[in-house]
Design a protein around this ligand. Structure first.
Ligand SMILES: Nc1ncnc2c1ncn2[C@@H]1O[C@H](COP(=O)(O)OP(=O)(O)OP(=O)(O)O)[C@@H](O)[C@H]1O
Ligand SMILES: [Mg+2]
Length: 296
C-alpha cells in the first residue's frame, strides 16, 4: 500500500510538473504576442455609478498612425448581456484586447468594479474576474478536454500545492462546468480531436473555470451552424442566470444580436456611435447608414 501511494504521489507530481511547464510555455506565447506589460500597481478604488461593473474612459489605441480606438467611453451594467457590433476593423477586438490587458491603451482608463485596472497584466485581470474567449479558437490541442479546463482552474487560482488538498472539490466543479457545456462525455478526448463547435464550447468552459464575474466573448457564433449558434446563445443566457455573469459579446449576425442583447453598442472607426436597446439601435439612422452601406 505504501509503495502504491508513493508511486501514485510521484505520478501526480510528474503530472503537475508537466502541466505547469505547459502552462508557462503557453503563457509565454501569449505574452510575447502582446506588448510588454509591467506588474500592476496597487489597486485604486474609484467612484463609479452603482450597478456599473465595467467602465472605459476615453480609451484610445493607436497602431502607428492608425487609430483603432478613438475615445471609447463604455459603461456595462452588472448582470446584463451587452453586444458590440460594427463593421470589420471597427475596433471591437482591440477593445477586448485592451480591457483584458493583452494590449496597453495609448490613452484612457479601464475601470472594473470601481478599480482602475488599466495596464494590469492579463493574468491579474483574470484573477480579478474578467475572462474571455477569442475570435480564433484558442485551446491546448495536445491536452485532454479535462486538462484544458483544470489548467485554467489552477492558473487562475495560483498553482499552489495547497490546491491539491481540495482535489475532490476541484474535480466536482470541473465536471459541473463540462456538463454545462455538454462536454463531459468527451472529457478524456484530446482537445485537438474535437469538432469545431465542441472546441468553441471548450473555450467557454476554459473561460468559466477561472470563475469570472465578467465574460467577454469575441464572435462566439463565428463559424458555427445556425443550430450551434442558437445553442451557444441559449447557453450564454443560462450562464447569465445561473452564475449571475455579466456578458459582453461581439457579433456580426443581426438576428442573434437583436434577439439576445439587453444593450447593444455600435462601433465605427474606433468610436461608439450608438448604444441602447435593440429597438433604439435598429431605429438609429447612423447605424442604418453603416449597415446599408450608405456611410459617408
Ligand atoms: N496588432 C495590431 N497591429 C496593427 N493594427 C492592428 C492590430 N490589431 C488591430 N489592428 C487594426 O486595428 C483596426 C481595428 O481592428 P479590430 O481587430 O479591433 O477590428 P474588429 O472590429 O474586431 O474587426 P473584425 O470584425 O474584422 O474582427 C483594424 O484596422 C486592424 O487592422
Ligand atoms: Mg474582431
Amino acid at each position: 500500500m505504501g509503495n502504491f501511494l508513493s508511486a501514485y504521489g510521484r505520478r501526480l507530481h510528474d503530472c503537475w510538473t508537466n502541466l505547469s511547464r505547459c502552462i508557462v510555455r503557453h503563457a509565454k506565447g501569449h505574452i510575447s504576442n502582446s506588448e510588454d506589460l509591467g506588474e500592476a500597481r496597487d489597486i485604486e478604488v474609484l467612484d463609479v455609478k452603482e450597478g456599473v461593473i465595467l467602465k472605459t474612459i476615453s480609451l484610445r489605441k493607436n497602431f502607428g498612425s492608425l487609430v483603432a480606438l478613438d475615445g471609447v467611453n463604455l459603461e456595462v451594467e452588472h448582470g446584463k448581456i451587452t453586444s458590440i457590433i460594427g463593421l470589420n476593423g471597427a475596433g471591437k477586438t482591440t477593445l477586448f484586447n485592451v480591457i483584458t490587458g493583452l494590449l496597453r491603451p495609448t490613452e484612457g482608463k479601464v475601470i472594473f468594479e470601481g478599480r482602475d485596472i488599466t495596464n494590469y497584466p492579463p493574468h491579474k485581470i483574470v484573477k480579478l474576474g474578467i475572462s474571455r474567449t477569442f475570435q480564433i479558437t484558442n485551446v491546448f490541442a495536445g491536452l485532454s478536454v479535462y486538462d484544458n479546463v483544470v489548467t485554467s482552474f489552477q492558473v487562475s487560482r495560483g498553482l499552489k500545492l495547497s490546491s491539491l488538498l481540495s482535489e475532490f472539490k476541484r474535480e466536482k466543479e470541473i465536471i459541473d462546468i463540462l456538463e454545462t457545456l455538454d462536454l463531459n462525455e468527451k472529457k478524456d478526448a484530446s482537445a485537438g480531436d474535437l469538432s469545431y463547435g465542441e472546441q468553441r464550447r471548450l473555450e467557454v468552459a476554459i473561460a468559466l473555470a477561472s470563475n469570472p464575474k465578467l465574460l467577454l466573448m469575441d464572435e462566439p457564433t463565428g463559424g458555427m451552424t445556425p443550430l450551434e449558434s442558437l445553442q451557444i446563445m441559449d447557453l450564454i443566457k443560462k450562464l447569465r442566470e445561473s452564475l449571475e455573469l455579466t456578458i459582453i459579446f461581439i457579433e456580426h449576425d443581426m438576428d442573434i444580436v437583436m434577439g439576445n442583447s439587453d444593450t447593444i453598442t455600435v462601433m465605427d472607426e474606433g468610436k461608439i456611435i450608438c448604444e441602447g436597446s435593440p429597438e433604439k439601435v435598429k431605429a438609429d439612422e447612423k447605424v442604418q447608414a453603416i449597415y446599408l452601406g450608405e456611410k459617408g
